[in-house]
Design a protein around this ligand. Structure first.
Ligand code: TXA
Ligand code: MG
Length: 325
């Protein structure tokens, strides 16, 4: 593995590695992706091996423009076109009926494909230099939090990745909104920075918010996005202080995650914040999970942000991290 900067030469080397069927991790505005040539089933197979990800979990194809997306899909419907015009480049993934040319390795054998144009300048430069679609999941091992810094990618994947382009910390910090455009009404499969209400406003008809309970997107398990520490979600700073004290008294090393200070927190607690407003909370979430693990915490007591803006998606990730552990 080599971690390089993200200047022109580094991007060109990344594009050459993709063309040779190798894996290249790159920054996006959401999280770091682990990319391979989406047209090459062997290269795509290396992604699954590196992540330890089950083969039937489909991947997102990243392209440089909506024009490049057209080659991957059967048809860009008027609604999909309107959403692409409004939100690309940006943190929105559209699930559309696939073109037969997209390998089954990418779609998990489904008749749909997920496509996105990322907004990060390094991601766009890489896609342009490579000149083809790049299949890329988040650059973490299966079931772990997504990486938001190049060093996190190196920690997660080591020599399983050939090149890591370092573009600094990701601005948004949680994964893109995934919306299925093949259903009526369109359905959000994974919440993100762009809400169902924003999508609905653009297309002038309802978009179904994510259903509660087990996630709808294939592979989006309840127990995803989890750090090693057990996550407990409580709704107020006062209750968080009480719960953290209980855990500390019973001998657990405990971390606290909250928008602001937690009055009454036990002195031994590792304070992972203040996490700030919902946008800052999203940007800091996964790095905070990693810090709790690095500090050897067994438990994280988290007070979620309000459900406004990206806060709703942060709450979703916290609930998933807390589930099934
Ligand atoms: O922000 C992001 O989306 C990041 C960056 C790297 O672009 N990528 C990412 O990829 O989060 P991944 O593989 O970790 O998550 C892809 C999500 C999964 O929930 C998957 O089930 C869903 O997209 N997905 C992919 N293809 C799909 C399809 N054909 N139908 C339904 N859901 C699909
Ligand atoms: Mg992922």
């Amino acid at each position: 593995m080599s971690v390089t900067g993200s200047d022109e030469a580094a991007v060109a080397a990344g594009a050459q590695a993709l063309a040779r069927g190798r894996l290249v991790a790159f920054p996006t505005e959401t999280v770091y992706g682990l990319g391979a040539d989406a047209r090459d089933p062997d290269a795509v197979g290396r992604i699954f091996a590196a992540k330890g990800r089950p083969q039937d979990h489909p991947l997102i194809c990243h392209v440089a423009s909506a024009g490049d997306a057209a080659a991957l899909v059967d048809e860009i419907t008027p609604d999909a076109r309107a959403l692409a015009d409004a939100f690309w480049p940006g943190p929105l993934t559209l699930v559309m009926t696939r073109s037969p040319t997209v390998p089954d390795a990418v779609t998990g054998g489904r008749d749909t494909v997920a496509v996105r144009v990322p907004a990060h300048p390094v991601a766009l430069a890489l896609l342009r230099a490579f000149g083809g679609p790049v299949a890329a999941p988040s650059a973490n091992r299966f079931g772990r939090p997504s990486p938001t810094r190049a060093a996190d990618v190196a920690d997660e994947l080591g020599d399983a990745v050939d090149v890591v382009l370092d573009g600094g910390p990701c601005e948004i910090g949680i994964e893109s909104t995934v919306v299925d455009m093949t259903t009526d009404p369109p359905q959000v499969l994974r919440p993100g920075r762009i809400s169902a209400a924003q999508l609905s406003q653009v297309i002038g008809r309802p978009v179904a918010a994510q259903a509660s309970g087990p996630a709808r997107a294939p592979g989006m398990l309840e127990s995803h996005y989890a750090p090693g520490a057990r996550v407990e979600v409580v709704e107020s700073a006062a209750r968080a202080a009480g719960r953290a004290s209980e855990l500390a008294n019973s001998g657990s090393r405990v971390a606290l995650m909250c928008e602001g200070p937690v009055p009454g927190a036990p002195a031994q607690a590792v304070v992972l914040g203040p996490m700030g407003d919902p946008d800052d909370y999203a940007a800091r979430l996964y790095a905070a999970f990693r810090r709790a693990d690095a500090e050897g915490c067994q438990a994280i007591v988290a007070v979620p942000p309000p459900a406004e803006g990206v806060g709703a998606a942060v709450r979703d990730r916290l609930a998933r991290a807390a589930a099934g552990r």
